[in-house]
Design a protein around this ligand. Structure first.
Ligand SMILES: Cc1cc2nc3c(=O)[nH]c(=O)nc-3n(C[C@H](O)[C@H](O)[C@H](O)COP(=O)(O)OP(=O)(O)OC[C@H]3O[C@@H](n4cnc5c(N)ncnc54)[C@H](O)[C@@H]3O)c2cc1C
Length: 485
């Protein structure tokens, strides 16, 4: 399905099967936070979840929340951070960022971190100083974005903001969801599982007043007297929507999520007249590091030219690779820094070959004659002085690549396997009200999480944690507002 469903008129409903003050559609991190806050604000809340239980992609995730401004973990690690520095960074790094959304998130981040901990989401007071994609230990704080990358490091003082939930393994997000779902049960939330919302219901004043959902082969109509919150996740499982907005992802890239991240919330919003935003925004990744010594290599395209500072966040690097001719790129290494990329199980970067000289490597990679030799000569001359005037890679990652033999990994998009999540969705205000084509908010309709266009809108401005962090924060905002608090 890639077309919005029909809107149902409230006047056509003969019998409502359920009523609530607030209906939350989807019980991932955004939905759980929304439902909890709406309930605590005194609303009767009905959660409608398509799966047999809550969790969604959030429960599969690595559990990194992008949070800052001076959280208790940042303080314990002796990192100074302020809402202002966080805002300056996110605005500078952002691809058409919404200042009001970024401002609301940054200004409330410390309180939000405290709230998450108060719900039982545990964050260790510990810090990982290295460069990694995700941690499988319980260590919490890590740099997960472009804070130290030029020019952003000159705009705002870099601070690590990736906060990982304290569970070992690859899906620490499950612990966050276990805690939040337990709080939801304690709060007495009503939930209908195995229930797919298939349409929104509007009254004659164009207010969203309920939903139709399908359960055990039958349609039900539930009325929401105060509001409906959409929190159904992204659309990377919807082939038709991908074909329309992100056709290049339909190769051998791999969508990260649950099967029900099929964009239904976005389509439901559109059925009520909602505008979408940044639908071609995607965070794709096939990181060539760890080990971090590989960052001292260079990436070149089929012209033999560099095109991105190699110390960029891996999602930013991937976005630049996708823009190169043929979406092709090679990681060039010398013998001093050679190692196999550790995430090869996921990414399948292939070692092209090893060569004694740069000339042989250039020929072996079919690069234009002299191109790689020029690129390396220029790079090496400046690296020897601790500079990278072309792309400003940080001096920590600079060294001349002159110790043969040399090697190259093919890191091309659709040759390697890129994992991805979608970033586009419903356009909202910073209060999570869904915005319609006339620029006005659609009464009674709110959206949060990956079905809404939020802080990050593009792989170039993503940082690990920019789904769970804003998703949980704006979920809470939606819950309170819909409840009338
Ligand atoms: C392996 C993996 C690792 C990740 N790691 C991180 C990370 O460390 N940090 C980070 O920030 N992000 C990470 N992400 C991305 C992040 O998990 C998601 O973007 C985020 O969890 C989305 O939250 P959500 O609440 O919007 O959606 P979800 O958690 O997907 O929840 C949506 C829910 O809505 C339900 N639903 C869908 N349609 C309907 C319908 N029509 N009716 C009723 N219910 C419906 C679904 O069944 C689902 O339960 C990762 C993702 C994966 C898969």
């Amino acid at each position: 399905m890639s077309q919005p469903p029909e809107i149902i008129r409230a006047s056509s409903i003969e019998r409502w099967s359920d009523t609530a003050d607030v209906i939350v559609v989807g019980m991932g991190i955004a939905g759980a936070c929304a439902a909890l806050e709406a309930r605590r604000a005194g609303a009767d809340v009905l959660v409608i979840e398509r799966a047999g239980d809550g969790g969604g992609a959030s429960a599969l995730s690595s559990g990194i929340f992008y949070l800052g401004g001076g959280t208790a973990v940042q303080k314990a690690a002796d990192y100074e951070d302020t809402p202002e520095a966080m805002y300056d960074f996110l605005m500078a790094n952002g691809i058409s960022p919404d200042a009001a959304i970024v401002r609301a998130f940054c200004d409330n981040c410390v309180a939000h971190f405290d709230w998450l901990e108060a719900q039982g989401v545990p964050f260790e007071r510990s810090y990982f100083p290295g460069k990694a994609v995700f941690l499988t230990t319980t260590t919490c704080l890590m740099s997960t974005g472009n804070e130290k990358v030029w020019p952003y490091r000159e705009v705002a003082k870099p601070a690590p903001r990736g906060h990982k939930v304290a569970r070992e393994g690859e899906n620490a997000g499950s612990l966050a969801m276990e805690a939040l779902l337990a709080r939801c049960r304690e709060a007495g939330l009503r939930a209908s599982y195995d229930s797919q919302v298939t349409a929104l219901i509007m009254d004659d004043n164009q207010r969203v007043v309920g939903v139709r959902y399908r359960k055990t082969g039958e349609d039900h109509h539930a009325r929401a007297s105060r509001g409906v919150i959409l929190s159904t996740g992204g659309f990377n499982m919807n082939q038709e929507m991908l074909a329309e907005h992100l056709p290049h992802m339909l190769g051998n890239s791999y969508p990260l999520g649950v099967p029900y991240n099929d964009g239904s919330g976005i389509l439901l919003g559109q059925s009520a007249g909602a505008v979408t935003q940044s639908m071609s925004g995607v965070i794709a990744t096939a990181s060539f590091y760890p080990p971090s010594q590989l960052i001292k290599g260079i990436l070149v395209n089929t012209r033999g030219e560099r095109f991105v500072a190699e110390d960029s966040y891996h999602g930013r690097t991937a976005s630049f690779i996708i823009e190169q001719p043929g979406r092709k790129a090679y990681l060039i290494l010398d013998s001093e820094i050679f190692a196999y990329p550790e995430l090869t199980d996921f990414s399948h970067h292939t070692l092209v070959d090893g060569w004694e000289t740069v000339e042989e490597m250039e020929a072996g990679l079919n690069l234009p004659e002299g191109a790689l030799q020029r690129t390396l000569a220029d790079y090496n001359a400046h690296a020897a002085e601790g500079r990278d005037p072309a792309l400003h890679k940080h001096p920590d990652w600079l060294k001349p690549l002159n110790a043969g033999p040399y090697a190259a990994f093919d890191v091309s998009f659709n040759k390697s396997v890129y994992l991805y999540i979608t970033l586009g969705g419903l356009k909202t205000t910073a209060r999570t009200e869904v915005i319609g084509h006339d620029g006005e908010v659609i009464a009674g309709l709110y959206a949060a999480g990956a079905c809404a266009s939020s802080v990050s809108r593009d792989g170039k401005d993503y940082a690990s944690g920019l789904s769970l962090g804003p998703g949980s924060y704006f979920g809470r905002v939606a819950g309170r507002l819909a409840a009338g608090a």
